[in-house]
Design a protein around this ligand. Sequence first.
Ligand SMILES: [Zn+2]
Length: 433
Amino acid sequence: MRNLIGPEMVKIPFSKATPMCPALLDAAPCAMPAAGSPAAIYQLAVHPDTPDLVEASLTLPADGAGEMWLGAQGVTRGLSHQILQPRCGAEPLVEQDRGWVKPAGCRRVDWQIRFDTVRDDGADPARQRSLYFPDRSWWLLSEGTSLLRPKHAGLARLTANLPVLGGGEPAASAWFLPDGDAPPAFFALGNVAGTTVGAQGVRVTHVADRPEAVWRMGLIALQRRAMAWLTEVMRVERGGRLLVVWLGMNPASGRASGAAGDRSFVSGYVAGDPRGSSLSLMTLAHEQFHQLAALTRPGDHPAWYGESLAQFYALRALSRLGSRQREIQALRDKFIDASRPVPATLLDWQRRHEEGDAAAYPQFYTQGATFWHQLDALLRQATEGQHTLDQDLPALLALPTDAATPLPATLRQQWRTQVGPAVDVLIRRYVGG
Ligand SMILES: [Zn+2]
């Protein structure tokens, strides 16, 4: 625990303090509170004797003195929280509606975060846990399971008594937390030696539980190639700083999972697995797609839309950049299969997902990727390869869609002109509407 610095905040070593909104880069005017302006402030304090039990506090601005519901954002996404004993002074908060109620007159709430200690069998990124790595004395903070946030949380600031590394840029030694509805954020705390690589103005800092294993597997080089290709095909026009945290998963799980926020993501890898690099490449390209989409074009879309595009382009990245042809084909076939029956449309699955049906989400990856693949094939066929889905990707990301207009109307008209009625048949069958 010799790396603990504090009690005061420490300077973040690589801060450029560029003023930008981490969650809403293109929003104008910038919704981020300026340093020193009233905003909710989260402070973490790690104590050497109890490294898995981290003290946390939330100090609300003056307008936050009223009664207020507080809870972990991830609970609404089916995750379990890691919050212990939330209280105002000595007064415990009352539990209510999968969270707690802060009484009026209290502006500071204290609690403890119970970090899971990572053992040899690794951790599953999809559970989005806050983790403590005893061998290297660093911590992974998962905001979604560990911080008490108000229901309509605005951007908030995070500081700690040891170095913090996140995605985006810190300002005045504090990191910004995403808005309530935005994807989650992850931070590495403590003794973290990150490796930073860049492509097209997007800098990615990698942190790993076992840096040498991640390096040996070529995962950082793979990520860089995936990023270079994705920034090109997505036409990413602005730079940014992203954080990737690599977590070794138990080989017995037989899968690699990930969890993406707008600026930080956690990617699983299976150390020593000969299938590792293809599976890991697909997973990281998928998560990277989400981040780059958020970085450049924040069009509002339902889950089916973002997930299916992310998966289709993850498979495209895998085909272009992967080296094991048989594995790549097997992975592609798992997702893209035009002969698979289509008993329900993607809009149906979206409704079922919103009603809490866990069977719906995997359909976004399989039926969704199959839809985009077939649309791409129709476009290529009709234009003798002159026009592909890639040309429409920036517009697909920029234009908002919803249940009433599941695909951008201008693009649908353009495809109709290029392909003819077959495009409407395909859309009705797979997407609906
Ligand atoms: Zn995804």
